[in-house]
Design a protein around this ligand. Structure first.
Ligand code: CA
Length: 258
């Protein structure tokens, strides 16, 4: 069984940054009958953060769909794609003749959603997020790799305090700054249901728009309009960071005809 998937995306520089260091890529691979959505938030000095996030989304989609990967289990494909992206960014920053001498230490978050037949597979590094939205609820499917998340988990701060915390935006895991990274791969796939929506975003959205607001906007608007509305809301509230959102909506079942 497989489903129709409607994909939308929006990325915006926001109101305070000089450059959009986020990147987003949505790829449909007809041969593998698979949708891949990747959102990445780059970190580094001028031009380096955007280089890091671009290398992340490019490498992840290239390696996920390379010919050698197609026979592997999806979690293995995700793991090798994220490790390759880490290596690519790290190598670019540390090569003896770097194109960008000031890019040492650059890095990027990533969230990856692979929709294959009737399952969703997830992987991430950092504090970009994946949400699942159903008519009755919104669920955060990723846990940020951040000190703030650990404070939340320990019950030491509330969600409200987390949104105002001075340490927000600082993460404990990223692609690129170190030679070795451990990507978090969701061990079990999420079974798809008609009407499910998945939303990927950077912290420029989740830092300014509450989960309940994301829920109600996504539920009440077509996907592309929801992306535009969410980005607009983050900008109304200051837009201090780049803002990126991607949505995949699971439509009707498609009956395969041979
Ligand atoms: Ca950000």
């Amino acid at each position: 069984m497989r489903y129709q998937v409607i994909v939308a995306q929006q990325s915006d520089i926001g109101l305070e940054r000089k450059e959009n260091q986020d990147a987003v890529e949505c790829v449909y691979d007809e041969r593998g009958d698979c949708h891949l959505l990747v959102v990445s938030d780059g970190m580094g000095g001028a031009a380096c953060g955007s280089l890091a996030s671009r290398l992340a989304v490019e490498t992840i989609s290239d390696v996920f769909f390379d010919d050698g990967a197609r026979t592997l289990p999806v979690d293995t494909r995700l793991n090798r794609a994220l490790i390759a992206a880490n290596h690519r960014i790290w190598s670019e920053a540390n090569s003896p003749t770097p194109k960008q001498p000031s890019c040492r230490g650059m890095g990027a978050t990533c969230v990856v959603l692979a929709l294959l037949k009737d399952n969703a597979y997830l992987a991430h590094v950092g504090d970009s997020r994946i949400y699942q939205i159903r008519p009755d609820r919104i669920v955060r499917l990723t846990r940020d790799h951040s000190q703030i998340q650990r404070l939340l988990d320990g019950g030491l701060i509330s969600e409200e305090e987390a949104q105002r915390h001075p340490g927000r935006g600082s993460i404990e895991r990223a692609l690129g700054p170190r030679e070795i990274v451990k990507p978090e791969i969701k061990p079990e796939p999420v079974p798809l249901r008609e009407g499910d929506t998945f939303l990927l975003c950077t912290d420029g959205l989740s830092g300014l728009v509450h989960d309940e607001e994301i829920f109600s906007i996504v539920l009440n608007a077509p996907s592309q309009q929801a992306c535009v509305t969410l980005v607009g809301l983050a900008k109304q509230r200051g837009g201090y960071d780049n803002i990126t959102v991607a949505i995949a909506r699971i439509g009707d079942e498609v009956t395969r005809t041979f």
